[in-house]
Design a protein around this ligand. Structure first.
Ligand code: 5GP
Length: 191
């Protein structure tokens, strides 16, 4: 998506450890008009797939998922991060390792909101090593629901998450795919 790639080149900042900061339009301050174009693009890609629910993870996924859901006219469910200990009986849960923080936390979703008849589109901001996306996939599988695919805003294609999840037969559509990033800030996109 050209608009998104241009914005990443203009405002994205590369940090040590392969972290791309896009806080000025996606992860802290949010450019709603850009997210609206992203939502439209996800709709164009998945509109014929019978999606009845969008699933994401707090926090950064929620805004993107909500704007996207307005095109699909479906609800958004988001997985919650918890510190574990007392996980309620009526939830599905799975551990996820955070790429940016290095910690592992449990994510949960109430069994009330994911059902075996659901056809689910996953939405998230980043795909790196695939831990977050894999966790969401596990939660959907626990519910016996169908995964239509995943819509990702930025995929760091030089990390293995995208290949791994596509090799499981899951459709992953990323609107910007980064081929490489250097510490001095040069970002190249996949063709
Ligand atoms: P993964 O689980 O695929 O390794 O990483 C995905 C999650 O980590 C995303 O939900 C996102 O929150 C965060 N993340 C991974 N890489 C980056 C990055 O380069 N920049 C930012 N801002 N977040 C990232």
């Amino acid at each position: 998506m050209q608009l998104l790639e241009e914005r990443i080149l203009k405002d994205g900042k590369v940090f040590p450890g392969n972290v791309l900061k896009v806080d000025s339009f996606l992860n802290h301050q949010v450019d709603v008009e850009l997210i609206n174009e992203i939502g439209k693009e996800f709709y164009r890609l998945f509109k014929d797939c019978g999606v009845n629910k969008i699933f994401t993870i707090e926090a950064s996924g929620i805004g993107i998922a909500c704007i996207t859901a307005q095109y699909f006219h479906v609800p958004v469910v988001f997985a919650k991060k918890t510190l574990g200990k007392n996980i309620a009986a009526d939830v599905y849960s799975t551990p996820i390792k955070s790429f940016t923080h290095g910690k592992t936390y449990d994510v949960i979703v109430s069994q009330e909101f994911l059902n075996k008849d659901d056809k689910i589109l996953i939405i998230d901001d980043f795909l790196a090593q695939g831990c977050a996306l894999n966790g969401l996939i596990e939660l959907i599988k626990s519910a016996g629901a169908e995964i239509v695919g995943a819509g990702i805003v930025i995929e760091k294609a030089f990390q293995q998450g995208g290949d791994l999840i596509r090799s499981e037969g899951i459709r992953v559509e990323s609107l910007a795919r980064i081929e490489s990033m250097t510490d001095d800030g040069k970002i190249t996109f996949c063709k």
